[in-house]
Design a protein around this ligand. Structure first.
Ligand code: SF4
Length: 729
């Protein structure tokens, strides 16, 4: 029996686990004790049922992709072939398409589930071997609005700008649109003190499992209408400013733009917000005053106050403004960077944080550098051994990339890595149609996902515990995933696949194939960037709390230091620390050192459905993202085998629906079918569908692809729908 210390293949908590392998193959996972003899601080000896069953994805599974597959014609089935034939075919067809239509004829779609090394190499491959601007990734559907908001207000996008264990000290934690009890259950441990003190406040249209943690005096659940988050946040800010409860001294010292922000909230008195968001004016005033009192007490020596957001408030067509409003609320309370609390966003995908720092975004180069900034282009091009002139410019965001496939404005070939877009993208029926219009669809995956099933070429790659790599968790802590088992003989590392393709395409820019080599390159290339990995150490990641940036290691010092903290700092757990666990401690990352408040716009509401119902989507405890992995684990599938729609019993009765019956949902975009689950904790005007299922049960058959103009985040959380028993209406 061998045991390997690694991290979970799923969400951004990246729980530390030990993977056991015996003579028959992978045997199981168990939580890991850290080197100091204490539990690893983020999951502290717990795994959720996804992590606990993760070993089942490994080993000799009949559904595992073990050889490259190609399709001889659109009508024929995929057939097995050799790696040489598959890669030669991909390279020759890309070359022909680019000769005919130019470099942007080929696009790349990446993922927040790829390791840092793969995400980095994918971005470099696209910009240097394909020379295309058309690269983006599924993080656009996940964190784009929160990332944009943090960049605009703080000057830096780091999900949690403090260690997760700081929450252990907080007396008040407000969760806006986050269901951590289902999505990352071990996180709940960090809310215990707030619950003990009655200070957990959950804002969610559903009485989710997280909202239920407030029961019994542990806190408060506030249920706005789906899409009412922004008016609610603006009204809270209105009360703070109108009643003189904002921390004017902090705002004067550490922020700019207050007057613009003040004008944005001036009209959002609680009675007006109540009419839009459905939370009573009384409740809004109470919450604002409660938070102000808690923040005052924190600064007088009490316990911290923390405001957190999740996808529930961020995946909206005004997601950036909503996230900015949440950050602004924390600033009005005088919290961020003071040690008395602050603001953070809870990253969802396993490497959602690292994935958006490594340069696979349409507008970014590695290290959170901008692809449109001449100095950033020079720096990265020089370190890649090419020129800024040779690098393409900014591409198009994911939704636009997918919805224009095969058109005059779109790419003719698409390479998909670690994503299942026919389940996860908005308006998936249109995405399917566009994928069929491509000249070439190449999918790299380890299982035959619904997207892989549509491909012309499927390249089988190694997964999770079959290769080494680093992930950056929701705190900006860089972790090592270690190789514990040997993958199928026919599968290859994506790093090897990209290097081979680059060679066949005649690229003169080398791509490293070994994860440790790529990590060393990431350290060099991100040095001096906003996400600076230069001081991190391959061997010490996971052994110490390793956070970017390590300031003294900067090859090109920033003109303004980000923080005053150094490697000597410790987290509250007393672990040895490398890097900067808490950013913004005495200045924000804008050149003037201040946080930038600013104007916030509320867009007109979408027309309601004739049934007055709004669909919101989200995750279940048993499944992860598009379900490509978790829908293959028996224990998980047994608990939640098919698409469901949660409906309030009164709403169900009105529409002739009963528990366990079949319902059809219709939106302006499409229709979907699901089994009815009655849920008295939902608002009567809201229905909920998980987005993990494919085919007729895909929730994203209903979402419309409406975009937040600032971040191009699609609207996933508020879609007008009608609801009928199957076969009626
Ligand atoms: Fe931990 Fe998330 Fe894995 Fe569950 S899915 S074990 S919460 S990392």
């Amino acid at each position: 029996m061998s045991e390997t210390r690694t991290h979970c293949p799923y969400c951004a908590l990246q729980c530390a686990m030990t993977l056991s392998v015996d003579d028959d193959g992978p045997a199981g996972t168990a939580p890991t004790v850290s080197v100091a003899g204490a539990w690893f601080p983020t999951n502290r000896g717990r795994l959720c049922r996804k992590g606990a069953t993760a070993a089942q994805l490994l080993g000799n599974r009949p559904d595992r992709l073990t050889a490259p597959l190609i399709r001889d014609s659109r009508e024929s089935d995929l057939r097995e072939t050799s790696w040489d034939e598959a890669l030669d075919l991909v390279a020759s067809r890309i070359t022909a398409l680019q000769r005919r239509h130019g470099p942007d004829a080929v696009g790349v779609f990446g993922s927040g589930s790829l390791t840092n090394e793969k995400a980095y190499t994918l971005g470099k491959f696209a910009r240097t071997a394909l020379r295309t601007s058309r690269i983006d990734y599924n993080g656009r559907f996940c964190m784009a609005s929160a990332a944009k908001a943090a960049t605009e207000v703080f000057g830096l996008d780091r999900g949690l700008p403090f260690p997760l264990t700081d929450l252990d000290e907080a007396c008040t934690v407000v969760l806006f649109g986050s269901n951590v009890a289902d999505t990352m259950p071990p996180f709940v441990q960090h809310l215990q003190r707030a619950r003990d003190l009655g200070g957990l406040i959950v804002v969610d249209p559903r009485r989710s499992n997280t909202a239920q943690l407030t029961d019994g005096g542990a806190g408060h659940h506030i249920a706005p209408a789906s899409g009412g988050d922004l008016p609610l946040l603006l009204s809270l800010a209105h009360v703070l400013l109108a009643e003189g409860l904002a921390d004017e001294r902090y705002l004067g010292r550490r922020t700019t733009g207050l007057e613009d922000f003040r004008r944005s909230v001036a009209d959002w008195w609680p009675e007006r917000a109540q009419a839009v968001c459905g939370v009573s004016a009384l409740r809004i005033r109470w919450l604002a005053r409660h938070l102000a009192a808690a923040a005052r007490a924190a600064k007088a020596g009490g316990d911290p106050v923390v405001i957190l957001t999740g996808r529930g408030v961020e995946q909206h067509r005004d997601g950036t403004d909503t996230a900015k409003a949440a950050i602004s609320l924390a600033l009005l309370l005088g919290l961020p960077g003071t040690g008395h609390g602050g603001y953070g966003t809870i990253t969802g995908q396993g490497n959602g944080q690292g994935g958006r720092e490594m340069g696979q975004k349409a507008d970014q180069l590695p290290g959170l550098r901008s692809i449109t900034d001449p100095a950033d282009r020079e720096t990265v091009a020089g370190r890649w051994g090419t020129t800024a002139e040779a690098l393409p410019g900014a591409g198009v965001p994911a939704t636009q990339l997918l919805h224009t496939l095969g058109t005059d404005r779109g790419v003719k070939a698409l390479l998909v890595h670690g994503a299942n877009v026919v389940v996860s993208a908005p308006d998936v029926l249109h995405v399917e149609q566009r994928l069929r219009a491509l000249d070439l669809l190449v999918v790299c995956d380890f299982f035959r996902s619904e997207t892989a099933a549509m491909a012309d070429v499927v390249l089988p790659v190694l997964q999770w515990a079959e290769e080494d790599g680093t992930m950056t968790n929701l705190e900006g802590r860089v972790l090592r995933r270690r190789r514990a088992v040997t993958g199928p003989a026919g599968a290859r590392s994506e790093l090897w696949v990209l290097a081979e393709l680059a060679r066949r395409l005649g690229s003169t820019v080398p791509l490293a194939e070994q994860p440790e080599e790529v990590f060393a390159e990431i350290r060099r290339v991100t040095a001096g960037g906003r996400a600076d990995y230069s001081g991190l150490d391959w061997d010490r990641c996971s052994e110490v709390a390793a956070y970017w940036p390590l300031r003294e290691s900067l090859a090109e010092p920033l003109t303004e230091p980000l923080t005053r903290e150094s490697a000597a700092e410790t987290t509250t757990t007393g672990e040895p620390v490398l890097g900067t666990p808490r950013v913004f401690t005495d200045r924000f990352a804008h050149p003037d050192g201040r946080a930038h408040l600013g104007p916030i716009t509320v867009r007109e509401a979408q027309p309601a459905s004739t049934h007055g119902l709004t669909l919101t989507t989200g995750r279940l405890m048993e499944h992860y993202q598009s379900g490509t992995q978790t829908r293959r684990v028996e224990e998980l599938l047994d608990v939640h085998p098919e698409a469901t729609v949660s409906v309030h019993p009164a709403t169900a009765a009105q529409r002739g629906l009963a528990e366990g019956g079949r319902a059809e949902l219709r939106s302006a975009t499409g229709s979907a079918r699901a089994r009815v689950v009655l849920d008295a904790g939902l608002r009567t005007d809201t229905v909920f569908m998980p987005f993990h299922f494919a085919g007729a049960g895909a929730a994203n058959r209903l979402t419309a692809g409406l975009l937040d103009p600032q971040s191009q985040m699609p609207e996933f959380k508020s879609t007008p729908v009608d609801l009928h028993p199957v076969g009626v209406g």
